[in-house]
Design a protein around this ligand. Structure first.
Ligand code: ADP
Length: 507
């Protein structure tokens, strides 16, 4: 309030009133905003700096002191003090960026090293901007600095792993591929391009170009497997031939897995490819050898059998029953040898896809009785047969007899401590299902899928006195498969096994 005089006479008062509410509110808002910033910086463990460029005075918050390994303080510092903590190798870069920022207004350094007070080296990221300038000359700059050591370590770990993976893929000569199931395009490693001779890598690897390089006879098969894995969300494992532009036909083993979509990424298939040409050549040579050797053995063995039969008869006629008995045993062993040779010959024709079938119409139930009858004479086991109606099929009777003989033979062989084998047959959904159940040694779950492989014998079978070549189930399952049927096993170790196969029913 101020008095007003007119010629020294007080004529009135002027009252000036200022409303302080707004200013107060603004101050409070500023305080709140500063507090908020402080909390944010603290919780993110961010160092904040404020650099008065004109006077070269620097202020740090508590976290900034901690980031360089000092206890928090509130003294004023200068830029040289900060420089003391910058790693010598990064000094030029950091100072250069700061000098540029003074002119350009923005400081940004993704990664540089700080040597803390106790000589520990930590990685930092820094960001700052000019907040005050006069006539284009920067006066003040503020910014933040934060520790990224853990992120750098993780990235380095990831990079190291990536390098190790690439080295091991190269050493093992494994190509890796992957493609998106919407666009049928994706990635391939250099090893894969080299293995296949894929010439136009560009940026992407395309399924259609890859399929073009697959041998014409195998292309359908590979394409079908890919489509099936995509549709069933399953895996792939297949061997096929590829036409390498320089090396010619190469055998490949391809393995892959369906990867479900995630975020914005489409579903894909991803996997590996290895060259198995040497293994295939070796296998072909081995099969050829087995084929020739077993074929050559057949003639002398047929002669031995004929001589044994003649001698058995001659001894019997001469009344030398002892010798004729021995000859009978010899004949039996020759039969066993013939069976083994036939098994070997069978495998070569299966592998070459040359198994010939001579199908006729017959009742599986009747065949079961027949086989069980012929085997029961030489076996101490009881065969319990459970069949109901007739079960007609159109199949190669001799081959199905071979399957039954193998399954019942195994059931007896692998259940030395029990005396019962159950054979049953049912018809369901136009299929005849035949099962042979024993109460013997059983099969470990992990190896149940392998016992149908050629030459596979479990360590139990190898270690003990069970004889065999590991061919029976391979041949039997191939026979069933060739009849559009399936073969499976369920087994509990120590309790017994049940082998089942199906054949299309003739209705
Ligand atoms: P082999 O009997 O000549 O070894 P197979 O192909 O008939 O060959 O059988 C492969 C393997 O499967 C056998 O070595 C054995 O380990 C296992 N196996 C087959 N049948 C049975 C069974 N009924 N019980 C237990 N193990 C079996």
């Amino acid at each position: 309030m101020a008095p007003i005089y007119d010629n020294d006479v007080l004529t009135g008062y002027v009252k000036i009133a200022r409303d302080m509410t707004q200013q107060k509110q603004a101050e409070e808002a500023l305080a709140i905003s500063e507090e908020r910033n402080r909390v944010a910086l603290q919780s993110a463990n961010m160092g904040a700096w404020d650099w008065n460029i004109v006077d070269d005075v620097v202020q740090w918050n508590d976290q900034h002191f901690q980031l360089v390994g000092l206890s928090p303080g509130n003294q004023s510092l200068d830029s040289a003090f900060f420089a003391k903590f910058v790693h010598p190798e990064d000094m030029e870069m950091v100072m250069g960026e700061l000098a540029k920022a003074v002119v350009g207004g923005l400081f940004q350094m993704d990664a540089f090293r700080i040597v803390q007070a106790d000589a520990t080296i930590r990685w930092m990221s820094g960001y700052g901007r000019v907040v005050e300038s006069v006539d284009g000359v920067a006066k003040r700059m503020v910014g933040v600095m934060y520790d990224i050591t853990d992120r750098i370590a993780a990235e380095k770990g990831l990079r190291d792993k990536q390098i190790q993976l690439e080295i091991s893929q190269r050493a093992a000569r494994v190509g890796v591929w992957g493609f998106d199931l919407v666009n049928m395009k994706g990635i391939a490693t250099p090893e894969l391009l080299e293995l296949t001779g894929y010439l136009d890598p560009g940026d992407e690897w395309r399924l259609d170009i890859f399929l073009e390089m697959v041998h014409a006879d195998d292309r359908q098969y590979v394409h079908r497997a890919v489509r099936k894995a995509a549709a069933d969300h399953s895996g792939i494992e297949l061997e096929f031939r590829m036409e390498h532009p320089e090396k010619g036909i190469q055998w490949m083993l391809m393995r892959g897995q369906f990867i479900p979509p995630y975020d914005t990424v489409n579903a894909s298939l991803m996997g590996s490819l290895i060259d198995i040409t040497d293994r295939r050549i070796f296998e072909e040579q081995k099969d050829a050898f087995i084929g020739i050797a077993s074929h050559e053995l057949r003639t002398p063995i047929t002669s031995i059998k004929a001589y044994a039969e003649i001698l058995e008869e001659m001894f019997a006629e001469a009344g030398d029953l002892n010798s004729s008995g021995l000859m009978h045993k010899l004949d039996g062993q020759v039969d066993r040898l013939t069976e083994l040779i036939h098994a070997l010959l069978d495998t070569t024709s299966i592998v070459n896809g040359k198994m010939k079938l001579f199908p006729t119409k017959f009742d599986v139930n009747q065949l079961i009785y027949e086989v069980a009858d012929s085997m029961s004479a030489a076996s101490s086991h009881q065969f319990e047969i459970q069949v109901s109606d007739e079960a007609f099929v159109f199949a190669d009777r001799a081959r199905i007899r071979q399957v039954l003989t193998n399954l019942i033979g195994n059931a007896v062989k692998y259940s030395p401590k029990s005396d019962k084998v159950i054979i049953d047959a049912v018809t369901k959904d136009n299929q005849v299902i035949v099962c042979v159940k024993d109460f013997g040694i059983g099969i470990d779950e992990e190896i149940q899928s392998m016992i149908f492989d050629r030459f596979y014998r479990s360590s139990d079978a190898q270690a003990s006195t069970f004889s065999g070549l590991g061919l029976g189930l391979f041949i039997s399952s191939s026979i069933v498969l060739n009849h559009e049927g399936t073969m499976s096993v369920t087994s509990v170790k120590g309790e017994g096994s049940t082998f089942c196969f199906t054949l299309p029913q003739l209705t």
